[in-house]
Write a protein that binds this ligand. Structure first.
Ligand code: FMN
Length: 180
């Protein structure tokens, strides 16, 4: 998709379904940072995706999810770590792309925001290798102690974290532009 004369389309997905999610905050912060630089669509269907199966049945939400990835120039995933692993709903969404390949070579940024988060971060990077996504060191960021980096209003207040998010996003845009 040529983005020479238009803003790139970025699909953003939070791996958390919690109403008070810190990863939703990270996604919203990133979307605000990308204003004027990209068109951001935040995927809202994670909880509606059926559990992965390999039947031939067509599920509307799966088709919508796959099409949103296809229509995007790049993907941003923000994920917590639950019980030393990747949230099941996010892994399920990724599993739906294995046979159809929407994420293959897709420029992708991963931000893992959790208390620790290193295990989910490593597991997701492994999954992205399996899916052949275009994720790099510059487009991956682990934010540990996320709650301590936010104020009671749920805004990220830590300057270093905000700068690191900006850097990941500009690297993602750079990779999208370079891929043209
Ligand atoms: C069910 C559950 C399990 C958790 N397990 C871990 C864990 O294994 N490692 C970790 O670093 N944080 C863990 N946490 C803390 C979360 O990473 C932290 O609360 C983070 O803010 C959750 O992201 P969210 O607010 O976007 O859902 C867990 C939180 C919940 C709710």
């Amino acid at each position: 998709m040529n983005t020479q004369h238009r803003l790139p389309n970025i699909l953003a997905i939070s791996g958390s379904l919690r109403s008070n999610s810190s990863n939703n905050t990270v996604i919203n912060t990133a979307a605000a940072m990308l204003a004027g630089k990209a068109n951001v669509v935040i995927y809202d269907g994670l909880s509606r995706l059926p559990h992965f199966d390999d039947s031939k049945e067509e599920y509307a939400e799966v088709t919508r999810w796959r099409n949103l990835i296809k229509e995007s120039d790049g993907v941003l995933i923000c994920s917590p770590e639950y019980a030393f692993g990747v949230p099941g709903s996010l892994k399920n969404a990724l599993d739906w792309t294995v046979s159809t390949g929407e994420l293959v070579y897709k420029p992708l940024a991963l931000i893992t925001a959790a208390t620790g988060g290193d295990k989910a971060h490593a597991a997701l990077l492994n999954t992205f290798t399996a899916l052949s996504t275009n994720v790099t060191e510059e487009t991956s960021l682990l934010i540990s102690y996320i709650r301590a980096k936010m104020n009671p209003a749920g805004e990220i207040t830590d300057a270093g974290t905000l700068a690191a998010i900006e850097k990941v996003l500009s690297s993602l845009i750079g990779i999208i532009k370079a891929a043209e």
